[in-house]
Write a protein that binds this ligand. Structure first.
Ligand code: GN1
Ligand code: MG
Length: 377
C-alpha cells in the first residue's frame, strides 16, 4: 500500500469463541449436546463452522454459519428464500441415500438466530460422507458436479410463486459491476491504481464482454429462472465413495437469475486446475477435458429446461463469469479490500490476475470449446 494512504477496510465481525458457539448451539433445536466447533471451508463472505455434538452418546455434526449482514442486508428475506428452496427440493424424490440439505430451526421455530452482538446465525445438517472440493482432480468429478447444479435448476423450475427475493440486487449485472470498477479506478481511495495499470487496461478492453448474456436476456431470448448464482466448484458436495453429486450448498444467492450464470461460474471455477489465489499464473488455464464433462453433466440434467439461445451461449458464459469475478476482485483491491476476506496484502489482486489469465486461456480455447458444445447439444 502507498505510504500514508488510509486503509478503508470494514472492521471484521467480532471473533467467535467456543463459548459463543455453545450459546448459538443452545439457541437451535439440535436435540444434541454441544461438544465443540471449528472453522470449516474457505468461503469468502460468511463465517462457517463444523460443530460436533452428541445425541444419545452418538456423534452428530451440524454446520453453523454466521451470515455476513454487511453483504446480505436482508437476512430474513434471504432465509425465506432458502427455506422455500430447501423445502421444495426435499419434497422431490431422490436416488441418493443422503439426507437432503435442510435448515435446523431455532428453539422458537425461526430459520435464524440473532446473537448478543446482533449477528445472524443459521444451522444446517452436516452432509456426512461427502466432500466439497476447492479444485477438481478428475473429469468425472466435473461431470458429477455439473449434473448436480443442472438438477438443482431443473428441480426449481416448478417452484411455486411468488418470485424469490433478490438477496443482492444486480448480483450478476456485469455492466453495473464494470461501472463499479470504473468508479473504483476514478476514486482510487487507497492509491493502488497506478501500480496495476496492465490489469486495468485488460479490464477496460474487455468492456463489450459485459453485455454477453444481458443483451440476449433483454431481447427476451434468454429467460429469467430460479438459479443458484454462486456455483463455484466448492459449492457442491460429492459422495466420498461413489463420487456422485450429493447436493449443492451455499444457497445465499439463490434468486432470480440466468441459467448461464450458473454454468459460467462452474466453468470458470472447475476448469481451472488451480485455486483462485494461485500465484504461479503459468499454471492457470482452462482444461478442455474438464469442460467437456461439465457440458455433458450439465446438459444431462438440465437439457430439458434449456432453450436454443441458452445452448448457444454456453461457451461465452464461462468467459463472462471469469471476467465478472475478476473485475470484482480488482475493484475490491482498488477499494482497499472491503468486501472479500483477504489473508495477504495483495490477495485480491492475485485473485483478479488469476481470473484474467483464465479468461485469456478461454479466449484461445474458444473454437475448441464451441466444438465440444456442438457435439453435445
Ligand atoms: C464469494 O462466499 P463465497 O466464497 O461462496 C462471492 C461469489 C464469488 C466468490 C469468488 C455473495 O462466494 O460471488 O464468485 O466469492 N459471493 C458473494 O470466490 O459475493
Ligand atoms: Mg457464497
Amino acid at each position: 500500500m502507498r505510504k500514508g494512504a488510509p486503509r478503508m477496510s470494514t472492521p471484521p465481525l467480532p471473533p467467535v469463541s467456543q463459548a459463543d458457539l455453545a450459546d448459538v448451539a443452545a439457541a437451535f433445536k439440535l436435540g444434541a449436546d454441544f461438544v465443540d466447533g471449528r472453522p470449516h471451508g474457505h468461503g469468502l463472505i460468511n463465517d462457517t463452522f463444523a460443530i460436533r455434538t452428541t445425541r444419545g452418546g452418538e456423534p452428530l455434526r451440524f454446520v453453523f454459519q454466521r451470515i455476513n449482514h454487511r453483504v446480505f442486508k436482508d437476512v430474513p428475506a434471504l432465509m425465506e428464500n432458502i427455506r422455500r428452496v430447501t423445502d421444495h427440493i426435499s419434497a422431490k424424490p431422490t436416488d441418493t441415500a443422503h439426507q437432503p440439505l435442510h435448515i435446523v430451526r431455532t428453539q422458537s421455530g425461526d430459520a435464524y438466530h440473532r446473537d448478543a452482538s446482533s449477528c445472524f446465525w443459521r444451522c444446517y445438517n452436516f452432509i456426512e460422507g461427502a466432500t466439497s472440493h476447492d479444485a477438481l482432480t478428475s473429469p468425472d468429478q466435473a461431470r458429477a458436479a455439473a449434473a448436480a447444479f443442472g438438477e438443482f435448476q431443473r428441480d426449481l423450475v416448478d417452484l411455486p410463486g411468488p418470485r424469490l427475493h433478490e438477496t443482492i440486487p444486480n448480483f450478476h449485472h456485469t455492466p453495473k459491476r464494470f461501472a463499479d470498477l470504473r468508479e473504483a479506478i476514478r476514486t482510487d481511495p487507497v492509491g493502488r491504481a497506478a501500480a496495476v495499470g496492465p490489469e486495468i487496461d485488460f479490464a477496460l478492453k474487455h468492456e463489450p464482454l459485459t453485455h454477453a448474456l444481458l443483451a440476449p436476456h433483454e431481447r427476451g431470448e434468454i429467460p429469467e429462472r430460479v438459479t443458484h448464482n454462486d456455483t463455484k466448484i466448492s459449492n457442491v458436495m460429492l459422495d466420498d465413495n461413489t463420487g456422485a453429486g450429493v447436493c449443492v450448498i451455499d444457497l445465499d444467492t439463490v434468486m432470480p437469475g440466468l441459467a448461464l450464470y450458473d454454468f459460467g461460474d462452474l466453468v470458470r471455477s472447475a476448469t481451472n486446475p488451480c485455486l483462485e489465489d494461485e500465484l504461479d499464473l503459468g499454471k492457470v488455464r482452462t482444461q478442455l477435458p474438464i469442460f467437456e464433462q461439465l457440458v455433458a453433466g450439465y446438459l444431462g440434467s438440465a437439457r430439458s429446461i434449456l432453450n436454443e439461445a441458452e445452448l448457444a451461449h454456453l461457451v461465452v458464459a464461462g468467459r463472462l463469469l471469469a471476467f465478472e469475478v475478476g473485475i470484482r476482485f480488482l475493484g475490491d483491491y482498488l477499494l482497499g479490500d472491503v468486501y472479500y476476506k483477504t489473508k495477504r496484502e495483495h490477495h485480491n489482486l492475485d485473485r483478479a490476475r488469476g481470473q484474467f489469465t483464465l479468461l485469456r486461456s478461454m479466449e484461445e480455447a474458444e473454437p475448441e470449446m464451441q466444438r465440444i458444445v456442438d457435439r453435445y447439444r
